[in-house]
Design a protein around this ligand. Structure first.
Ligand code: ZN
Length: 1033
């Protein structure tokens, strides 16, 4: 999935929060089986995945099997249980620590001779331990339990505690993750959507195999009215069965009086009805107005991560792969699409048509299933064995050419790069009018927002860059995610980090003219921003609740994942090792599920020089954060020291985290070409290497391909600044941007003064490249925003003078005509947007004039794509033009331009307009609700609206989480937007008060924790730097 607002680098900044597992605490309808034995007279035999939990204080797991009979499935099961915070009995601790990806091995310690004093202390300690052990050994084991000792003939040590189904019977399963004893083999689905009444009926025939003896089948299902259920075992006759439902976990179950035996096959058939969803997940309805203004309805799906269960009953976890045969009925004037090509169409007696799709030839996870009922039109093209098609509403068919061409080229690239051909006969890319995410990689049927797929012939290359990069991301998923899938959501980064990395890598190769490198660099900076907070999480991290699954779709999984893959690829010793490793990985695990270690092992296996990739990379995936590397030079010796770069408002927090860092460096004798780059691996707290004393300066993290920050110390910084002020071209533009990013980050950490920032920026008069300029402006604008919201008007005015002084001449050099180069468009749009936002006179005048011409031309004149934002934003500042823009927004059909108009509208400083926009976005008719996060983030940037926005989300929280699930990226982005510019104690108290009052409606989100940390850090930074700003600005 590509969840982000792909038009901005804000996208990298989405937050996430750790949720304490509430499933063990808030279960009012849980019944203790032991106390209610009449309800369930025979105690069910424990099957291999039988687990029993007790409330949080003593979670134990009881297994019915002997000690050493764990097969591959159980190991997998064990890892699931581990994710649920459970401990295993019957398992040697050695085995446990080996198999756990979350326990890091202690480094081997060297033997040293202990002192006499140590010996005495040790002996005393051993005596005490031995006596305590003896006491405990001779005491009955049950002394400290509430119930006292059991009678010896009782075999089951602890009874399971099951919840109650909707019909009052006990539900035979007590966990969030499904049992492993039954596996789905194939689904045969028939769906009958009724787009007039917004309902659908379905029939799911689920073929399953029994892996272990069990007396129940448990699967997912959400809000269905199940009208008929039958079960068939092997060759027996089908019989009706009762389906139990436990709604809080969206699970249903069938219980059997006799065990199903391992090796048997069985079929569960369920008929059901449900409403089409009114949100953006499950099987949902969507609509748009055609060119005659007539409302047209359609239905589409979005299942990742947990919503396939809202369209059909299923084993809705990525591990349960199966085949799918899908049939959908429709009115004759509609068409349907699904993952596979259509096999046949038949007329139904009720006048409808039924389309049947080919059965999937590959096993697929449920979250990748998709279907659409609409009246779209398409264009197609053959690429080797695959028909590639792009679908849109008929009015926008002419905007599909670019996507078709781009997808075809990228498909060819990936087929060659991975040395595995895309396995399906068709690949559809569909633009859906109502779509919350950026895009979704459903196998063979990729769905997009209109903005991320459709571009007109006139569109700027910057708009094409957005479309190409989303297509590149989703196509990469057809291998990473679809062919090889993470076992569970804890390793979501294997999907998303990889697709994100491949998206940049493939574009650099296939479409170098799109200059994707600047965006990738900016995205890595934003990933560092977020990962510097204490609320961040390890790339591969525990996930226990649905909210936590939602929260995994964040910048750590996507952008940090991609960043560490870039670092790895840049540090591998052998040519093509990265590519060989992933080919090996994809071939070895094709059709299967994996964990993070599988990837590292594949990359290690292909190394002819035995480079241990696992050793290096596990330090980056198993712990949160990243290192700060400090450089000091003495004579010919350079010492590097690493520590956790942790932004914290408490000064004394230290962690002992260490990383295995492939530190790269260049120096004044050779600093630009890739051959100049030298590598030093820093695994320990500090390390040294030699460098001739004649070397004037060192720049670490060549082209910023590593995921760390560097502090050069006063002398090191001074030497670099000296070099840059003589000649900016002594370093690559990525290296210059990296210095700017680093100095601001160090200031936020409290390591360097604001004066040091200004010192470095003295070189900027000679800077003309996009990355360094945009990074410097972004950082200065952030500070300006903080000061503005603190009402430090004097400082805001001085900051304006400073920015105009340093960037004014570059701003003046920008033209207002069509510009071809993407990089120059990026530079120009940032410079002009800043200039106009600071009311730089010639900028506002130009923008107003262009808007006037545009309005007067009645749609015949075009504003260059990269300038539309600044023009609409300036226009929206006058009441009259705001109304003109609003009416243009209402009529605009071209989505990308429309969004820029909306951003313009939301940047108004008229509070009545702001309140109107927020309400309209929530209502969803004039402004689609999918755009509400964009409206909120734009409003929050301005002074007039940011407090209104904060009130708005407090007042409408429940309606917001109806539209955007708790933990989802939309909610993450809303929270970040409204809180990231607060910097006072009063604001901190308000935010804390509001979110803690939400309880299960969102108080536990990682983004809330991140918001609180950010406010504290803002407060500290402003408090510490106000006087310096006054002195130096
Ligand atoms: Zn993705």
């Amino acid at each position: 999935m590509d969840p982000f607002d792909s038009n901005s680098t804000d996208q990298a900044n989405l937050p996430r929060n750790m949720i304490e597992n509430s499933m063990f605490e808030e279960e009012p309808d849980v019944v203790d089986l032991a106390r209610d034995s009449t309800a369930f007279p025979t105690f069910p035999a424990l099957d291999p995945d039988e687990v029993v939990y007790e409330p949080r204080s003593s979670r134990l797991l009881v297994r019915g099997l002997g000690e050493n009979d764990m097969d591959e499935d159980e190991e997998d099961y064990e890892s699931s249980a581990r994710l649920l915070g459970m401990s295993f009995m019957n398992r040697s601790s050695a085995h446990r620590s080996n198999s756990s990806p979350y326990t890091r091995q202690a480094p081997p310690r060297s033997c040293s001779r202990p002192s006499a004093r140590t010996m005495v202390v040790c002996v005393l300690f051993l005596v005490i331990v031995a006596s305590m052990t003896m006491v405990l050994y001779f005491l009955p084991g049950c002394t400290f339990t509430k119930t006292g000792c059991r009678k010896p003939n009782q075999t089951a040590p602890i009874e399971p505690v099951y919840p109650v189904s909707t019909n009052g019977e006990l539900f035979p399963w007590a966990q969030l993750r499904l049992p492993q004893s039954i596996r789905p083999v194939g689904y045969d689905l028939t769906l009958n959507p009724d787009l007039e009444n917004m309902t659908f009926t379905g029939r799911a025939v689920i073929n399953m195999s029994v892996r272990h003896d069990t007396n129940r089948i448990v699967l997912h299902s959400a809000n269905f009215n199940i009208t008929k259920a039958s079960f068939k075992l092997g060759d027996e006759k089908a019989r009706d069965v009762t389906v139990l439902e436990y709604k809080p976990r969206q699970q249903i179950a069938v219980k059997f009086s006799e065990d199903l035996k391992a090796g048997q096959f069985c079929v569960l058939t369920l008929e059901y009805s449900a409403n089409l969803s009114h949100t953006y997940d499950g099987f949902y309805n969507s609509s748009y107005s055609d060119k005659n203004g007539k409302k047209r309805v359609l239905a589409a799906t979005q299942f990742e991560p947990l919503s396939a269960r809202k369209a059909f009953p299923c084993f809705d976890e990525p591990f349960f792969k199966a085949t799918f045969l899908i049939r959908i009925s429709r009115k004759p004037n509609y068409m349907t699409l699904s993952n596979m090509p259509k096999a046949k169409t038949t007329s139904l007696p009720n006048g409808l048509m039924q389309d049947e799709f080919e059965k999937t030839g590959v096993n697929m996870s449920t979250y990748l299933v998709a279907f659409i009922v609409a009246d779209f039109s398409s264009t197609s093209k053959n690429v080797s064995e695959t028909v590639v098609s792009v679908y849109s509403v008929p009015e926008k068919k002419e905007h599909t050419d670019y996507a078709l061409d781009t997808a075809s080229k990228l498909l060819e690239f990936y087929n060659n790069f991975f040395e595995i051909n895309y396995p399906l006969k068709k690949l559809d890319l569909v633009a859906i009018p109502d779509f919350l995410a950026g895009a979704m990689e459903n196998w063979g049927l990729i769905t997009f927002r209109e903005t991320t797929l459709l571009v007109g012939k006139q569109s700027s290359s910057l708009e094409k860059q957005v479309v190409a990069s989303v297509i590149a991301h989703e196509l990469a998923h057809q291998w990473f995610g679809n062919l090889v899938t993470m076992r569970w959501w804890n390793d979501l980064w294997l999907n998303e980090g990889f697709a994100t990395y491949m998206q940049y890598m493939s574009l650099q190769t296939v479409f170098p003219e799109l200059d994707i490198g600047n965006l990738f660099l900016a995205v890595r900076f934003r990933a560092l921003d977020k990962d510097a907070l204490n609320s961040s999480h390890a790339v591969s991290t525990e996930v226990n609740t649905p909210e936590q699954v939602e929260e995994m779709f964040d910048s750590v999984s996507y952008e940090k994942g991609a960043s560490i893959l870039l670092m790895l690829n840049a540090s591998l010793l052998e040519e093509q090792q990265f590519r060989k490793g992933i080919i090996q990985y994809l071939k070895q695990f094709s059709g299967l599920n994996t964990g993070t270690d599988d990837l590292w092992n594949s990359l290690t296996q292909v190394s002819t020089q035995h480079q241990n990739v696992s050793e290096m990379m596990s330090s980056w995936t198993s712990q949160k954060g990243f290192p700060l590397v400090t450089v000091s030079r003495k004579g010919d010796e350079v010492t590097l020291t690493q520590e956790h770069f942790l932004l914290t408002s408490e000064n004394a927090t230290h962690t002992s985290s260490l990383w295995n860092i492939p530190v790269t460096y260049v120096n004044d004798s050779c600093s630009l070409a890739p051959e100049c780059r030298q590598v030093f691996t820093l695994k320990t707290k500090s390390g040294t290497f030699k460098l001739p004393e004649s070397v004037k300066w060192l720049k670490l993290n060549y082209r910023n391909t590593g995921f760390y920050i560097v502090d050069y110390g006063d002398e090191g910084w001074a030497a670099l600044l000296d070099a840059l002020s003589h000649n900016v071209s002594v370093l690559t533009h990525e290296d210059r941007a990296s210095l700017i990013y680093n100095v601001f980050a160090l200031s936020r950490l409290g390591r360097v003064s604001f004066h040091q920032i200004l010192n470095l920026l003295n070189y900027i008069f000679n800077e003309t490249e996009t990355s360094p300029v945009t990074e410097a402006l972004l950082q200065l604008n952030n500070i300006n925003q903080l000061l503005d919201k603190r009402q430090e008007h004097g400082l805001v005015a001085r900051m304006k003078t400073y920015i105009l002084h340093h960037f004014g001449s570059l701003m003046d050099k920008q033209t207002w005509e069509e510009e071809k180069s993407v990089s120059k468009q990026e530079l120009r749009s940032v410079l002009l947007e800043t200039a106009c936002s600071l009311n730089k006179e010639n900028c506002s005048q130009q923008a107003k004039a262009l808007f006037k011409q545009y309005v007067e031309s009645n749609g015949t004149m075009r504003i260059p794509g990269d300038l539309q934002q600044v023009v609409f934003t300036v226009a929206a500042q006058s009441a009259e033009d705001w109304s003109t823009l609003l009416s243009m927004y209402g009529h605009a059909t071209y989505d990308s331009e429309k969004r820029k108009m909306l951003r313009g509208l939301a940047s108004t400083q008229d509070t009545r307009h702001i309140v109107w926009l927020l309400k309209a976005g929530l209502k969803g008719d004039l402004i689609q609700t999918q755009e509400l996060p964009l409206v909120i983030s734009t409003v929050c940037k301005g002074f007039a609206g940011y407090l209104f926005a904060w009130d708005f989300i407090q007042e409408n929280w429940d309606r917001l989480i109806e539209k955007f699930p708790v933990g989802s990226f939309a909610i993450q982005s809303i929270i970040k937007s409204v809180t990231s510019q607060f910097s006072t104690q009063a604001q901190l108290n308000q935010v804390q008060g509001f979110f803690s009052s939400l309880k299960e409606r969102g108080s536990q989100m990682r983004s809330v924790q991140e918001a609180l940390e950010t406010i504290k850090l803002n407060k500290r930074w402003v408090d510490n730097n106000l006087s310096a700003l006054q002195k130096w600005l």
